[in-house]
Design a protein around this ligand. Structure first.
Ligand code: CUA
Length: 351
């Protein structure tokens, strides 16, 4: 057991197991991984000895064929020295781990000085997507968080608070970027500032790691860490989009919508929140099987009549209503062509 322990401890020291499985993409990652390796290093001998003795004793003292069925094993009580040491050693390790963590954890929380030197932006959890607000941008960016490499970021994290008659939007989500070694609950009514500096260019997952409802498993986002030049270019594009939406844009073209392609898309994306069934068969939103032919519900969520162009507008811009929130086209990863296909498909339904 001593040999196995020593070998495994050497593996922990020599090989970057943490980085093999997950790249370190923020400046705090390295420090979190150090804590992980510290626990691993001392955890390995504990694992080997506890399980080693467990296996050894169960073989060495197993019931033999000649034993009486009611035979009782030897009763052993108390071993002062042993008990003292297996209490003191793990307790000391815990104290050291606590002291080390005491120096790492505050790195996540911005001090006044750090906050002043950083980009401050907001992350808001919704059912079931992430909203990001940038300083200087009127429109929020959904599910895709762009960041310049090497620039300290202060992210104000919270959850959408509005509760409607039919749907409670105020639920707890959790913002988790494994490569940043960063996880923070998004709690309605609470804003928690989190601090980090991206240190590697790339695209990383944002995972909602708090069970938040039916669409929880679909709640994914992306962090895209870019060079300063690429980020500035993206930001300028967003500013242009802001201006375009303020000036009012032409409606989407619905020409050539393909119902079959729309059906495939509906079953891949829309079914998270909608059934292709009568209005009453709700999931998050209403059933859409009679969208264009429903005498009981002639008006859309935006108050307009159910015609193709107005349905397309809802898919394009999303909706806020009594029934909850629907993300816009970009957040749903749809192109204008996809919208035309979806509208064509919805028009064929009559349930
Ligand atoms: Cu949001 Cu789980």
């Amino acid at each position: 057991m001593a040999v196995i322990s020593a070998l495994l401890m050497a593996v922990v020291v020599v090989y970057p197991i943490d980085r093999w499985f997950l790249p370190e993409a923020s400046t705090v990652s390295t420090k979190i991984d150090f804590l992980f390796r510290f626990s691993m290093f001392f955890g390995v001998p504990i694992l080997v000895y506890v399980n080693g003795f467990l296996i050894y004793f169960s073989l060495r003292y197993r019931r033999s064929k000649n034993d009486h069925p009611d035979a009782v094993g030897s009763a052993i009580h108390d071993h002062r020295a042993l008990e003292t040491w297996w209490t003191i050693v793990p307790a000391l390790l815990m104290v050291v781990l606590a002291v080390l963590s005491y120096f790492v954890i505050p790195l996540y929380y911005p001090t006044n000085q750090v906050a002043a030197s950083a980009v401050t932006m907001e992350a808001i959890g919704h059912k079931f997507y992430f909203e990001f607000r940038y300083p200087g941008l009127k429109n929020s960016v959904l599910n895709e968080m762009h960041l310049p490499i090497g620039v300290p970021v202060t992210l104000d994290i919270t959850s959408y608070e509005q509760a409607t008659e039919t749907e409670n939007e105020a639920v707890i989500h959790s913002f988790w970027v494994p490569e940043f070694r960063l996880k923070q609950d998004m709690v309605p009514g609470m804003v928690v500032p989190i601090h980090f500096t991206p240190s590697e260019v790339g695209t990383f997952r944002i995972v909602c790691s708090e069970f938040c409802g039916l669409g929880h498993s679909h709640m994914w986002g992306k962090v895209i860490v870019q060079s300063r030049a690429d980020f500035d270019k993206w930001y300028a594009d967003q500013q242009r989009a802001d201006l375009a939406s303020a000036a009012g844009v032409r409606p989407l073209s619905l020409a050539g919508g393909n119902p079959a392609a729309g059906e495939t898309l509906f079953n891949a994306k829309c079914v998270v929140c909608h059934n292709a069934a009568p209005f009453e068969q709700r999931k998050v939103g209403p059933g859409l099987g009679n969208l264009f032919h429903d005498a009981a519900h002639p008006r859309l969520v935006n108050g307009k009549a159910a015609n193709p162009q107005d349905v397309a507008e809802i898919i394009e811009y999303g909706a806020h209503g009594d029934m909850g929130v629907m993300p816009n086209m970009r957040a749903n990863g749809l192109t204008p062509k996809d919208v035309a296909n979806l509208v064509a498909y919805l028009q064929t339904l009559r349930k």
